[in-house]
Design a protein around this ligand. Sequence first.
Ligand SMILES: O=C(O)CCC(=O)C(=O)O
Length: 322
Amino acid sequence: MSTAVEQSMGVERVQSLALKGISELPAHFVRSESERPENSKAVEGIKVPVISLSQPNKDVLVHEISKACSEWGFFALTDHGVSQSLFDQLRYVGEEFFKLSAEEKERHANDFSSGKVEGYGTKLVKNNDEKLEWVDYYFHLIEVTEEYTKEVLRVNYRILELLSEGLGLEEKSSLKNKLGGDEIELEMKINMYPPCPQPQLVLGVEPHTDMSALTIIVPNDVLGLQVWKDGNWIAVDYFPDALYVHVGDQIEVLSNGKYKSVLHRSLVNKERTRMSWAVFSTPPHEAVIGPLSSLVNDQTPSKYSTKTYGEYRYRKINRLPQ
Ligand SMILES: O=C(O)CCC(=O)C(=O)O
């Protein structure tokens, strides 16, 4: 998620700007030379890990997932059991929202100044040096389709079990329990990146790691997601039925850095609208998160401080050191 302070009043939505048919971007979208996609291209020939959740050999599955989360903090998950019709429903809900008239969408707008973080939004800048992102979004505690919520939770819990085993923890529910057990919360952000006249100069979502435990994304078929690995951006291919799993900051902290919270960004397209449906699983605000004691010893001292998720979130949003 973007961490900049945002608000809803008096913002020009990216979707309405795109509809004006401009050929040149307003300056506040144009990135510095080094940030521009044209000057920070993804390297060719490297592919992100793709893992089948139906892998019959459990040890192989644990190995594949923990390797992907240690080396990448990211993988595409296939054979996860979420049905095609559920994907279709999810996509329908988001697409229909962005087809509403501007007035109707504004009725759902967020308003950071009054503490309403849920709703329809666009990034706002804190100062003149900051750049805008080429995206509008709809952010909410998930209730889009109850069925999808259940399915995402099921997949989350399964991944947490496999990650616990990969850490050599005795209890396979260790990570889930530390994250609040059945109190784990899901938040959904539907991103809509309209066609952009100069995609080589802008970012859809700027580089960031997620403050969640895990994030599960379903994109449409327009490419744009890139993940950072070993000093390079790697473009993520489109896998029609896959869930794109990102390790977030809370898993990095709990695993004392064994699993990496993946730095990622998204680019936009000149002709086509890109969309993505991200579900962030987060601990409740009062959950205390720090490196698991069984992973800390003289050889591997604690790399992170322990604090409540609420405090972590406050610090991340306000760009304070953790
Ligand atoms: O659109 C994507 O694929 C990534 C979106 C993202 O990282 C975010 O919304 O935080």
